[in-house]
Design a protein. Sequence first.
Length: 358
Amino acid sequence: MGKLDVSKLRYMSKEDFRVLTAVEMGMKNHAIVPPSVVCNIAGLKHGGCHKVLRELVRNRLLFFNHGKKGEGYRLTFTGYDYLALKALVGRGVVHSVGNQIGVGKESDIYIVANEMGDQFAMKIHRLGRTSFRQLKNKRDYHGGRSHSSWLYLSRLSAVKEFAYMKALHDRGFIVPEPVDFNRHCVVMELVDGFPMLQVQEMHSPEKVYGQLMELILRLASVGLIHGDFNEFNLMINQPGKITLIDFPQMVSTSHLNAEWYFDRDVTCVREFFLKRFGFDGQVFPKFSDIARDSCLDVEVAASGFTRELQSKLEEASQTLGVLQGGEATENPDVVTGTADFSGDEEDSEEEEEEEEKE
């Protein structure tokens, strides 16, 4: 799961993308897609198809598996990146990719631009980058179970982020304006500001503290809890305008553990202001203070990110320790009810090691 390298994208042929897409489609029913299945889906002659497959493996867009499950192919994160970028380029959203401007435990952020030169931020969700390292040495993780797909979970995470960001932006919340998404990539407004983590001094910390507490309550009033409301996900500019970012972990106020998530968001802000600015906020909201006036959580579910998808992502994130900043549990038995893209865990370790060498 290395950095995004788009240098080969411009040289790829239609056949290359037909084969990549064929592997992606084959992974709906196969952990490892046999060569014959790839060729049939791609509609290419076997000789030509195998030549393309070898080249895609050489460029680390596909991984060739020759383990216990037999021989076959599966997408790497780089291959998935290229499929998403191809779609975004085709829609005129992305024309060029610039520097990496952010990196998180489960995502990378790059500057991109369209043909007009308008710049945006593109967030690439990469669930499993840290969690896989935490889990691959755990014995329970290696006990024969249904494997979760990091690609599938990354796509779910992106779908969720886009849905909530659009809903919040449409309601007047100060969040990045969403532009488009495909697979695990979300394109959004490039925010003018920097993470609050970088602020060393603040003229009126009590004022900013009050704004943040009001924002937590305002989110709750529409039925939402951010779930990771801290200095890493709060952008601030010189005039003091605050922009909230990062929404994959957002939950409903109707969630079973809603009060715990709400209290954690409040505590994160209080502790940061005390440690960084010496401001001890004694006035803070409680879960019982929520005056709910709308159901944005329900509206988001109706718009496409259904409760079924939400439950799948929550189950995986809780079990695998992603999107929560916490450690994985000791028994990560995840049954997503979706395609198994991950393949054999030993082969996944080999693939990860190969990508890290790149």
